[in-house]
Design a protein around this ligand. Structure first.
Ligand code: MTE
Ligand code: MO
Length: 203
């Protein structure tokens, strides 16, 4: 694998600012729809497919061997709690993209999870240099409830886009709603704009 070692810490902008309608907690609540999936690392695979030059399927061993980056970022859940100063470690999305080489037509991404969950994002949000596939939080491996072995972290969007237990990443030409985006959550989810729910549901 021809990753350069990023070997650096990146920090999200506006680290200590709290977006409108949020309150800060030191806790790290678990927000999961349904049960925590049971995952066997031996059978675990991360599949990257769709509009890419090279589809890739990584085993856990292969994922471990790829150099990692640390990203410091706040986490803002749409249910209004914010946890500031999280340290995530993992594979930057930009590095993953360089491995598969998205085609020019690829403008959106669907993240598919173990269990019945998905989240959609524009490719440019994932390419912001902060979004990553994290296996560690605050120096320790993720716990099962927080997405072990691997979760997406999208520092610039509400937490429901940070899909836990990632199984596959699909590059797409056209957008498609993910699990919550099809059930009333805003398609974009920018916390600075309070994009919480479908505009037509807002009074
Ligand atoms: N697979 C999966 N990922 C998920 C969820 C989920 O229910 N299933 N919940 C989302 C929501 S709403 C939030 S706020 C964050 C919470 O992450 P945490 O449980 O690690 O705090 O995970 C997101 N990722
Ligand atoms: Mo959430």
């Amino acid at each position: 694998m021809q990753f350069k070692r990023p070997d650096q810490i990146r920090q999200a902008p506006s680290q200590d600012e709290v977006p409108p309608g949020q309150f800060v907690t030191d806790k790290f609540p678990v927000l999961t729809f349904g049960a925590t999936p049971q995952i066997d690392l031996e059978k675990w695979r991360l599949r990257i497919f769709g509009l890419v030059e090279r589809e890739v399927e990584l085993s856990w061993q292969e994922f471990e061997d790829i150099p990692k980056t640390v990203v410091e970022a706040p986490f803002h859940c749409v249910t209004q709690w914010s946890r500031l100063g999280n340290t995530w470690e993992g594979l930057l999305f930009t590095e993953l993209a360089s491995l598969v080489q998205p085609k020019l037509e690829a403008n959106f991404v669907m993240v598919h999870c173990y269990g019945d969950y998905s989240a959609n994002l524009p490719l440019d949000v994932l390419m912001d240099g902060l979004a990553l596939l994290a296996h560690k939080h605050d120096g320790a491996l993720l716990t099962p409830q927080h997405g072990w072995p691997l979760r997406l972290v999208v520092p610039q969007r509400y937490g429901w886009k940070s899909a836990k237990w990632v199984q596959a990443i699909e590059f797409m030409a056209a957008d498609r709603p993910g699990f919550w985006e099809a059930r009333g959550y805003h398609n974009n989810g920018d916390y600075w704009k309070e994009e919480r729910f479908w505009p037509e549901l807002m009074g």
